[in-house]
Ligand binder design. Structure first.
Ligand code: CP
Length: 304
């Protein structure tokens, strides 16, 4: 039995297979519409979500399976003090596979240790968000035809943004990836990513504060929102929340084939005037999130 806790849980060749399957599903979804008949996905979300929870549910329904779960810790027995370990033991009796989101880093690992069904980390605090990374990689691969030899700019809240941490971890395994980190001083990538991931693997990177100063160098721009829920101080959030606003003027500085990705939700960091730019692919990314989660469910349930 396999779980998905980190994007590194799959080798790059396993990821290739997963993305091939996701692309096959995209081309011929009907072929897969009964592959999960009789199977149940549990979505245990202790933190708010629109895309991750609903895309998992959509994925399971598209495979012919069923879904149960909770979308709020307050409506589960966590509110009475039940531990994640005990909850997953219950869920293992009710479902065949479980996606769990939790505000505490490591909670999905704790669940996986006590689970008798595959567990998927659907986001744990400011740590990792592996299925968003699968979505991001599938989007890049589908739209660019490769996952190597890119200069990627990661912009915004690089300190608390778990999607950024997961994506960096995943991309260092591909050759020719250059990172440009764009953030205010207060929201730079954490030291553990800098030391344990980048320095340890001898990955060079550049850092900028102004997006305008590196826009022309980017093949991919990964925008992120400032993670209000991780701030201890509301005043600090308010001061930083509109630090970056990607607009038409900044897009005019970029390459004609640069892609703009965003895990969403967006707050103010991408102006709606950018949405119609063909380089803005963040809504396409959402659709790829369904295909890749369908492929992931089939893979972890060993139905393919
Ligand atoms: N991208 C993402 O994780 O969105 P949700 O928080 O809405 O699930």
């Amino acid at each position: 039995m396999r779980h998905l806790m980190s994007p590194l849980d799959f080798t790059t060749s396993e990821l290739d297979k997963l993305f091939d399957l996701a692309s096959e599903i995209e081309k011929n979804p009907k072929k897969f519409s009964n592959t999960c008949n009789g199977k149940i996905l549990a979505t245990c979300f202790y933190e708010p979500s629109t895309r991750t929870r609903l895309s998992f549910e959509s994925a399971m329904y598209h495979l012919g399976g069923n879904v149960l779960g909770f979308s709020d810790a307050a409506s589960s027995s966590a509110s009475k003090g039940e531990s994640v370990s005990d909850t997953i033991r219950m869920i293992s009796c009710y479902a065949d596979i479980c996606a769990i989101r939790h505000p505490k880093e490591g909670a999905p690992v704790v669940a996986s240790n006590k689970s008798s069904i595959p567990v998927i980390n659907a986001g744990d605090g400011g740590h990792q968000h592996p299925t968003q990374t699968l979505t991001d990689l599938l989007t890049i691969r589908s739209m660019k035809g490769r996952l190597e030899n890119f200069t990627i700019g990661l912009c915004g809240d690089l300190k608390f943004g778990r999607t950024v941490h997961s994506l960096i971890n995943a991309l260092i395994r591909y050759p020719g990836i250059q990172f440009i980190f764009i953030s205010p001083e207060e929201l730079k990538i954490p030291d553990y990513i800098r030391e344990d991931v980048l320095d340890k693997n001898k990955i060079s990177y550049k850092e900028f504060v102004r997006l305008e100063d590196c826009m022309e160098d980017l093949d991919l721009l990964y925008m992120t929102r400032v993670q209000r829920e991780r701030f201890f101080n509301e005043e600090e959030y308010i001061r930083l929340k509109d630090f970056y606003i990607l607009d038409k003027n900044k897009m005019a500085l970029a390459k004609e084939d640069m892609l703009v990705l965003h895990p969403l939700p967006r707050v103010n960091e991408i102006s709606v005037e950018v949405d119609d730019d063909p380089r803005a692919v963040y809504f396409k990314q959402v659709q790829y999130g369904v295909y890749v989660r369908m492929a992931l469910i089939l893979t972890l349930l060993e139905l393919i």
